[in-house]
Write a protein that binds this ligand. Structure first.
Ligand code: UGA
Length: 437
């Protein structure tokens, strides 16, 4: 008999997971306490931007396999319950806020049927799964809890969920693993690497993967600082070192650094947890990773002042990009918006453009100027900043854009524009980590 699945928490992770599980033929119910979110998903609209997800949601709703509800009792017949709620940074420290994870478990534990399996997917500090399992078993001894970290990237959420690079399961017994093998039978048939681990290791895989990615980005941004000081070019350096297969080219894009709802908060929560474990020295380097990352934003603002004027009051600055990365409307801890806000606070007149994230950006920073069109955004600008590498910005014809600005000055904060092309069109082109020669 086909498994029935519930997904608790229908944010980015949960909504994607629910739609993808349904597309594999499972009957799926997505649960959330946010009635507006559930209403939106039930009507086939995802409340954020993610390529391909809306189409998948709509086609799965039509099959009748996928539904959403705010009523937790709707999950009572399900065999597997995925916990996909958020674990944001706490307001007063570096640690992760686990309120929603524990609240979800408390809500489902008395309802779920005997023999069912709870599977945590949220990113949590190591040790959380064991605690949750203990609490679950205290309420219902005939259930179990496993951990199954998620590695999906925003912008590729559907692809990453359906075709993950690996599947990691944290289990305490073979029965839990068997159930998870049934859930992921398709991937197993496609030879997706399957890693069976204990609970703490499975939790650590997730945070250490994100810590490694953050380290790679900060490494190249540190090299960008050195290149600036020594007159080198970090884009050439990254290309050259990346050909070493032990290093690789990916995540070596120097610029204004990482943001979003995962990497920054995950490395901080990891540091906080290492301290609790008495192993803080092991992750001391992440403090430096974090500070290199925030310094990239400051270096960008320094470059703006060097390029334009120490005094930014009244300068018109066009910002291309608000999302923390392209193909997303997520502005959580967005380096682009952080820079836009800081230069506006310094007196500049800032107009921000983004293909998808304007509504979210305006919501968060209503005092910034926004424009729906690139042309309108740059009209009369003294300086153009390229801060999120959307494809549409790479497709700009610099020879046309130059006709609209007051001064033909551009700074590429993502090292993604074609410098030669912009210079040939008459632009004064600068970028982080590249000498101006
Ligand atoms: C990240 C991880 O890549 C996923 O594997 C993980 O599942 C997810 O966090 C999570 O924990 O849920 P995501 O936050 O979607 O995914 O974004 P990334 O693609 O990792 O990019 C993060 C930031 O790094 C962005 O601001 C991006 O612009 C920046 N970045 C990325 C660089 O500055 N340089 C690079 O070379 C690559």
């Amino acid at each position: 008999m086909t498994l029935k699945i519930s997904v608790i928490g229908t944010g980015y992770l949960g909504a994607t997971h629910a739609a993808c599980m349904s597309s594999l033929g499972f009957e799926v119910i997505g649960i959330d306490i946010d009635a507006a979110k559930i209403a939106s998903l039930s009507s086939g609209t995802i409340p954020f931007y993610e390529p391909g997800l809306q189409e998948l949601l709509q086609s799965e709703l039509k099959t009748g396999r996928l539904s959403f509800s705010t009523d937790f009792t709707a999950i009572k017949d399900c065999d597997v319950h995925f916990i996909c709620v958020g674990t944001p940074q706490v307001k007063d420290g570096l640690a992760a806020d686990l309120t929603y994870v524990f609240a979800s478990l408390a809500a489902i534990a008395p309802i779920i049927k005997d023999g069912s399996l709870v599977v945590g997917k949220s990113t949590v500090p190591v040790g959380t799964a064991a605690k949750l399992r203990e609490q679950l078993l205290a309420i219902n001894t005939n259930t179990d809890l496993a951990w199954n970290p998620e590695f999906l990237r925003e912008g590729f959420a559907v692809e990453d969920t359906l075709h993950p690079t690996r599947l990691v399961v944290g289990v305490t017994n073979t029965r839990a693993e068997e159930i998870l093998r049934e859930v992921y039978a398709n991937n197993l048939a496609a030879q997706t690497p399957w890693i069976s681990a204990d609970l703490p290791t499975s939790e650590l895989v997730k945070v250490s993967a994100n810590a490694f990615l953050a380290t790679k980005i900060s490494f190249i941004n540190a090299m960008a600082e050195i290149c600036e000081a020594a007159g080198g070019d970090v884009t050439v350096l990254a290309k050259a070192i990346g050909y070493d297969p032990r290093i690789g080219h990916r995540f070596l894009q120097a610029g204004i650094g990482f943001g979003g709802g995962c990497l920054p908060k995950d490395i901080r929560a990891f540091m906080a947890r290492s301290e609790e474990l008495g192993a803080e020295q092991a992750l001391e380097f992440l403090r430096e990773i974090d500070s290199i990352n925030t310094r990239a934003r400051t270096r960008m603002i320094d470059l703006v002042r060097a390029d334009l004027s120490a005094d930014l009051v009244g300068k018109k600055i066009a910002v291309l990009g608000a999302a923390f990365k392209p193909d997303s409307d997520d502005v959580r801890d967005s380096p682009a918006l952080d820079i836009a806000v800081q230069i506006q606070a310094a007196g500049a007149l800032v107009t921000v453009h983004d293909p998808k994230a304007i509504a979210n950006a305006r919501n968060r920073f209503p005092a910034l100027g926004f424009s729906e069109s690139i042309e309108e955004c740059v009209a009369g600008a003294d300086l153009v900043l390229h801060l999120t590498e959307w494809k549409v910005y790479r497709e700009i014809d610099p020879a046309e854009l130059i006709k609209l600005v007051a001064q033909p000055k551009v700074i590429d904060g993502r090292n993604a524009l074609d410098r030669d092309k912009w210079r040939a069109a008459g632009w004064d082109f600068r970028a982080l980590g590249r000498s101006n020669a």
